[in-house]
Design a protein around this ligand. Sequence first.
Ligand code: PLP
Length: 355
Amino acid sequence: MTRPTSITIDLNALTHNFQQVKILSPYSSVISMVKANAYGHGLIKVAQALSPMTDALGVACLDEALVLRQAGIKTPILLIEGVYSQEEMQQANRYKLDFVIHQIEQLQWLQNTPFTYTPQIWLKINTGMNRLGIAIQDLEIFYQGLMAIDYIKKPLGLMTHFACADELDNPLTAAQIQLFEQATAHLPAIKSLANSAGILAWKQAHADWVRPGLMLYGASPFANKTGLDLGLKPVMTLKAALIAVYQIKKGQPVGYGATWQAEQDTLIGIASVGYGDGYPQATKGANVLVNGVPCQLAGRVSMDMLAINLQAYPQAKIGDEVVLWGQGLPVEHVAAHAQTSAYDVLTRLTGRVLV
Ligand SMILES: *Cc1c(COP(=O)(O)O)cnc(C)c1O
């Protein structure tokens, strides 16, 4: 018997979420972010579905881009961290990739690699996140250096990334927008600032290109809202099944550490999913859906299994479907009960459940 644990991917939901991006920022082109295996959803499948709609795909590194090219995807692909070596710069040319430049070494590698293809370059400017990006005082020199290269696409791309766009009352985002605008106003270029939170909450930052990730998958970047609250639909549903159902007596514990005890005689179900599949081990008190009925976890999550208090669904039996998140149960619910983010929960899935 095959273990009844898997994800389903709703490509209609993906299309719906992409359309929400277009409704929110109708004048911007879109780089759909598919890094980290499309946030755990399956890189090739998601990229194939997005390709007819999106202007470009965004990945973290060359390896991810090569998977897409080898799958026959011809859509423009942006390496969001740029390349890591001169050798990779040659690969970027060979596979017709676009890329970010965020430091001097990358500019030098580009100058030393005569391209046979005309890449779109995005010069990344640090406006306060202090992760990747050139300092504002170096903008002029980088800009001139890039403009002097005749084998790259013009106008050049200028981009920055927000540190706190998910916090609506944090003044850093407005400061980053202002800094970026001031520094780049006089430079002919295409411009990009907004991730999902920027698209949803900072209209003034939509600019020429937006870069949605999380919202495409139907989840919310904001702590107090779910994707559903924002008009998005969950793309992934993680499902398992009950592999055991039994009664325990009042006072009996369940699971490792015996951290949970039955307050009364209770029906317990064991589902075929655990942290070895990517369900967060730290999750406490979250609901799952057993045949659509919300039931609470009982005790600690194990590697291959988790226990469910079936009090709310006494007719449960072996083989019943258990939804961990997705259709009917927002992934944000699990993230909140695991003290983490929807980004983290979605990208943690392991090879066991990925298709
Ligand atoms: C991942 C990423 C995004 C997408 O962020 P979301 O919050 O998932 O929308 C946008 N821009 C850059 C540079 C990224 O690395």
